[in-house]
Write a protein that binds this ligand. Structure first.
Ligand SMILES: Cc1ncc(COP(=O)(O)O)c(C=O)c1O
Length: 383
């Protein structure tokens, strides 16, 4: 039987050989599997999924979403253009920008794209220019989540969303004619316990009672995927059950939206890099690879753990290495990581790199961007 991605090491080595490295490799089957998991967990909820395209905006990946009836969550005018160019309709896109300019908002409103506003400072703009168009509000529930605080977005000190204590001001604007037809929240990424998300669900459901025109509640995402080999992933079934009960109690015909990024594409991608040099430091060994944080910034920016496998050597890990990049900066993928003995020209696989990998890449130090490949039905092609 053929090994399932990313355990099909021979195929990955072939890709590295034929396309060169560094290269991101994505697997269609894994994305479809994740879509199915999500849909089956939320089966009993009246729901719609909008893929957070910022996680990975490759056109081929957007097509997979489209084929599976998944809409998009865009956060910039260029993302909107990219979504439309790739065949999504205005109705399939929701727009959740952070601190947008008036021009950006004009564009979304004129295109008929439903917009979630994250500050009361935009209300006058809407009443003046688009008084008949309903808007969504991104609220800040004031809840902390565990984990890296750079990806916690719903706490008291976060720039995101309208703090729930601004309800009196929101009501003043509703009295002036502002139509609010949806509420949105997203409290962060990589949330391990669904109970952490549920605390914010409680807040948005309470808040919803003040808004008679609501059509949907957008509960964002945050769904964790396993980065460490023994990491748990989030219990979506339990989370869905909790939301369903809240809906029953609220007793209004609301739809629920979700905006997953990581859950849909993270495990479907790996970054293959080649070893340029193995060097002995004062007291540790370094593996210098032909990549760096300009290709995958998550370890440096979020202290994220990415599992690394030496594809060129199937022996058991025997030694520990710091896996470092080519940039003239502190540029480390992994510290003291056990790996099968590494030598020059070995191919290393950095796992769980399908989300916020290429999408956050840069040409810092004027280094080239990595290539990207999609595996589809055992075949692969550059994308
Ligand atoms: C508004 C919003 N929605 C959805 C997401 C997707 O989150 P995740 O990749 O954790 O699923 C993000 C991520 O930053 C976001 O900012």
């Amino acid at each position: 039987m053929t090994a399932v991605f990313p355990n099909n090491h021979n195929l990955l080595l072939k890709i590295a050989r034929e396309t060169g490295t560094p290269v991101y490799v994505y697997d269609k089957q894994t994305i479809v599997r994740q879509i199915k998991k999500l849909k089956s967990a939320f089966n009993n909820l009246p729901h719609q999924i909008h893929y957070a395209m910022k996680a990975n905006e490759a056109p081929e990946i957007l097509q997979i979403m489209k084929q599976n009836n998944i809409g998009l969550d865009a956060v910039s005018p260029n993302e909107i253009d990219h979504a439309l160019k790739n065949g999504f309709t205005s109705q399939q896109i929701i727009y959740t920008p952070s601190c947008p300019s008036d021009e950006e908002l004009h564009k979304a409103f004129r295109l008929g794209i439903h917009t979630h506003l994250g500050a009361t400072g935009y209300f006058d703009f809407v009443l003046k220019n688009y008084p008949d168009i309903p808007v969504g509000l991104r609220i800040n529930p004031g809840n902390s989540i565990a984990g890296n605080q750079k990806i916690a977005t719903g706490h008291h000190h976060s720039k995101f969303g309208i703090p729930v204590n601004q309800l009196p001001l929101i009501k003043e604007y509703m009295a002036k004619g502002l139509i609010i037809d949806s509420l949105h929240l997203h409290t962060g990424s990589d949330v391990k316990n669904w109970q952490d998300l549920a605390r914010s669900v409680d807040v948005i459901f309470d808040f919803a009672r003040h808004f008679p025109d609501l059509k949907y509640l957008d509960l964002g995402s945050g769904f964790k995927v396993p980065y460490h080999e023994d990491d748990p992933s989030i219990d979506l079934q339990a989370y869905a059950g909790y939301i369903q009960k809240k809906l029953e109690v609220l007793d209004r015909p609301l739809r629920i939206k979700f905006e997953p990024g990581k859950f849909l594409v993270s495990e479907a991608g790996v970054l293959l890099v080649k070893v340029n040099v193995v060097k002995q430091g004062f007291d540790k060994k370094f593996v210098g690879v032909n990549s760096g944080f300009h290709h995958l910034i998550r370890p440096m920016y979020y202290d994220a753990y990415h599992h690394i496998v030496n594809l060129s050597n199937t022996e058991k890990p025997a030694d520990k290495y710091d896996v470092v990049g080519v940039l003239c900066e502190e540029d480390t993928f992994a510290y003291d990581r056990p790996l099968s003995p590494v030598k020059k020209d070995d191919i290393l696989m950095i796992k769980n790199a399908g989300a916020y990998g290429y999408a956050m890449a840069s040409i810092y130090n004027l280094r080239d961007l990595p290539k990207q490949v999609l595996i589809e039905d055992e075949n692969f092609r550059l994308i």
